[in-house]
Ligand binder design. Structure first.
Ligand code: GLV
Ligand code: MN
Ligand code: MN
Length: 415
């Protein structure tokens, strides 16, 4: 049944290219950070696409954007799909964008097929899936789920000490933060189309990944305070060097993940800032962020506990103070059978090979799982590469994902 949907892959690829042009990094890299000029320009461009699809567009107080195609039964909860368009510094053009632009193309194909569906379909453009600006991932969906409360949002700061509150108001997202939370059951189901960001589909020659579970991330923020001083004058035995203590902690992070014994446990120090950062000055303060993930929430928490214990030990041995604060510890999500079955059937009917797999990256779907049954459709990406400028999925792979998305939406919206 390949060819059931009339998906225009070339047009979709050219839209992905246009969206990549809204960027603060030179091509082929993409940098698009929340509430910057480029983010706002990209949103304006996408909203025009929603409008020209005849969908009704609304925005919430954080800029989460909803485009709705009405169904025949106004009482029936809608089926939702979508993803994000923010891009971490110096990354690629497919992460997130395929799920937004692909959803627009899927809705166009459904309209072109003249189908009338019982339920409405909503495309959601989530605000800031990436943690770049405020240190916390899935800002928009996390707030929709209620896990991030309005007071917690008000406490968030970027590295210039700016608040979400000031930034969102400046961008014209002026509604009350209390209105962002969605009701449980608001949607009949949620599906996100995304590149795999791992090599499994490519290496097994499989076109579609049907996600069963999403790994649970935790983020720790660590500040090491030691004693600064003159790089020539302070003898080695007198030093309390914050950088060397932090470096030892970074090694302990790697060891803590390896000690879990499970290949699903991973831990990363992605940010390491040094103060005062002068060639002839002993660092008096460093700050690190630690990202710990696992599909097993308890094992993830045990890994984080080993990291905290290592911090206490290193601090005592080196005579520095190490403070560890927890930014988030998120629950792992299990995808809903109703959505997974629809994806599996859709792939089979369309003649696309399909396999079950877990998502090691997090996605807005992690938080949509608090609201309704969820599923994710993965398509292969070259060598599994993501968060890099050379991230790539082919037109044929993206087309297959959009086809499966369109069929899945129709199945769920007909229930
Ligand atoms: C999302 O981009 C993640 O870091 O998993
Ligand atoms: Mn990403
Ligand atoms: Mn993503």
């Amino acid at each position: 049944m390949k060819g059931k949907w009339n998906i225009d892959a070339d047009h979709l690829m050219s839209r992905i290219e246009t969206l990549a042009g809204f960027s603060d990094a030179p091509k082929p890299a993409v940098t698009r950070v929340l509430y910057t000029e480029q983010d706002l320009a990209a949103r304006t461009w996408i909203k025009a696409l929603f409008d020209s699809s005849g969908m009704t567009v609304t925005e919430d107080a954080l800029g989460n954007t909803f485009a709705r195609l009405e169904g025949d039964d106004p009482e029936a909860p809608a089926v939702a799909t979508g993803s994000h368009i923010d891009a971490i510094p110096h990354s690629g053009r497919y992460d997130g964008t395929v799920g937004v632009l692909g959803a627009i193309e899927a809705v166009r194909a459904i309209q072109a097929a003249g189908l009338r569906l019982r339920r409405a379909i909503e495309i959601v453009l989530f605000t800031a899936e990436e943690p770049t600006r405020y240190g916390i991932g899935c800002l928009g969906s996390r707030a929709m789920s209620g896990i991030l409360t309005p007071d917690m949002i008000r406490a968030l700061r970027d590295e210039d000490d700016g608040t979400v509150e000031d930034a969102r108001l400046r961008c014209g997202f002026t509604g009350p933060l209390e209105s962002v939370r969605l009701e449980r059951g608001q949607y009949h189901g949620f599906i996100e189309l995304h590149i795999e960001q791992g090599p499994r589909l490519e290496t097994t020659g499989t076109m579609i990944g049907n996600v069963t579970a999403i790994a649970a991330p935790a983020t720790l923020h660590v500040t090491v305070s030691g004693e600064g001083g003159h790089a020539g004058a302070v003898l080695m035995r007198e030093r309390h060097d914050a950088l060397v203590a932090g470096a030892e902690l970074a090694q302990a992070v790697e060891a803590a993940a390896r000690q879990s014994g499970a290949s699903d446990t991973v831990a990363t120090v992605g940010i390491f800032d040094i103060h005062p950062r002068a060639v002839n000055s002993i660092p008096d303060r460093v700050s690190l962020t630690v990202d710990v993930r696992d599909i097993d929430g308890q094992r993830r928490d045990d890994t984080a506990d080993r990291i905290r214990a290592a911090a206490t030990d290193i601090g005592a041995r080196r005579g520095v103070s190490i403070e560890v604060s927890t930014l988030n510890t998120d629950p792992p999500a299990t995808c809903g059978p109703v959505v997974r079955d629809a994806i599996a059937q859709a792939a089979a009917e369309l003649g696309h090979s399909c396999t079950d797999l877990v998502s090691r990256a997090y996605h807005d779907t992690l938080f949509m799982a608090e609201i309704c049954p969820v599923g994710m459709i993965f398509v292969p990406c070259r060598r599994g590469v993501s968060h890099r400028p050379d991230e790539y999925s082919s037109p044929g792979q993206i087309k297959a994902g959009v086809e499966v998305l369109a069929s899945t939406l129709v199945k769920l919206a007909s229930q």
